[in-house]
Design a protein around this ligand. Structure first.
Ligand code: VOV
Length: 249
């Protein structure tokens, strides 16, 4: 059997995409709408308490295009908490006017492809911890897509030796490093959890950097030869003020 990469696993992740049923939302009285918006804001503020306490993190973005109207991404210590938060959202008044369009369940993952030899417990290393339990930046834009590594004929990632995969991942990492300070990436593993193998969540203040990074990576062997991609979602940061405007009809 080929050698599997060893993964370090951090917070569990839920990406929850919803569309709004605008026709029904418009039929509700202004008072009811206001109450629903306030309740929604209180829910988001409660999510943010975990960000402040560093027991989790969340991101909230308006999605551009017809795939969804907004996305709430939550990171938590347990899968149980993610499900509880999802159920809590579903009980909000605003949820009656949303249509679930897509969701993704995964866990923040680091592989050992580029890790050096060490006897220390990686879970105690502050740099590793910062990546496994990441703060989600309030960047202006988000990009999310699920992906797989190909398993077809001669292009089978899982049949490559550990050394071959290490060398390919090194090249991948080098391209990524060129985007330091411009794009923050969170890679979440989803084998056994969802329909693809990884979720890729990117944050940036310049939306064009997503296109530049993803395009450049397409020419790198890991993506060119072995990358298979699901649907792409791109969105704009929603703060309280923008949310109120967004839900005003
Ligand atoms: C912002 C840029 C950026 C940077 C710096 C970066 C670096 C790194 C490093 C150093 C490593 C390996 C060690 C680890 O940390 O796990 C990875 C790992 C991974 N990546 Fe990456 N990646 C980036 C960005 C980045 C993008 C844009 C994509 C999507 C690919 C594309 O074509 O659209 C991606 C994918 C992945 C995946 C799926 C994995 C896991 C692969 C596996 O088989 O386990 N990644 N990645």
């Amino acid at each position: 059997m080929n050698e599997a990469a060893i993964t370090l696993d951090g917070w569990y992740a839920l990406h929850d995409f919803r569309s709004i049923d605008w026709a029904s939302w418009k039929l509700v009285s202004a008072e009811e709408r206001q109450a629903a918006v306030e309740e929604f804001i209180a829910y988001l503020e409660k999510l943010n308490e975990a960000d402040v306490a560093k027991t989790g993190a969340h991101a909230f973005y308006a999605i551009v295009g017809q795939k969804a109207d907004f996305m709430i991404m939550t990171l938590r210590e347990t899968m149980d908490e993610l499900q509880e938060l999802e159920a809590e959202f579903n009980k909000l008044a605003i949820a009656d006017f949303t249509i679930p369009t897509y969701s993704y369940v995964s866990v923040v993952e680091l592989s050992n492809y580029l890790a050096g030899e060490s006897n220390e417990d990686p879970y105690q290393n502050p740099h590793v911890r910062a990546r496994l339990y990441p703060e989600l930046p309030r960047a202006k834009y988000v990009c999310f897509y699920p992906m797989d590594k190909r398993r077809q004929g001669n292009d089978n990632w899982y049949m490559l030796s550990m050394d071959e995969r290490k060398s390919l991942m090194r090249s991948h990492g080098m391209i990524g490093r060129g985007y330091a300070g411009k794009v923050k990436q969170i890679i979440t593993g989803s084998v056994g959890f969802d329909d693809h193998e990884w979720g890729v969540t990117l944050f940036a203040d310049d939306v064009l950097q997503f296109k530049k990074l993803v395009y450049e990576m397409r020419f790198d062997e890991v993506s060119a030869r072995y990358g298979e991609f699901g649907e792409f979602f791109v969105g704009n940061l929603l703060d309280k003020e923008k949310l109120v405007k967004f839900l005003t009809v």
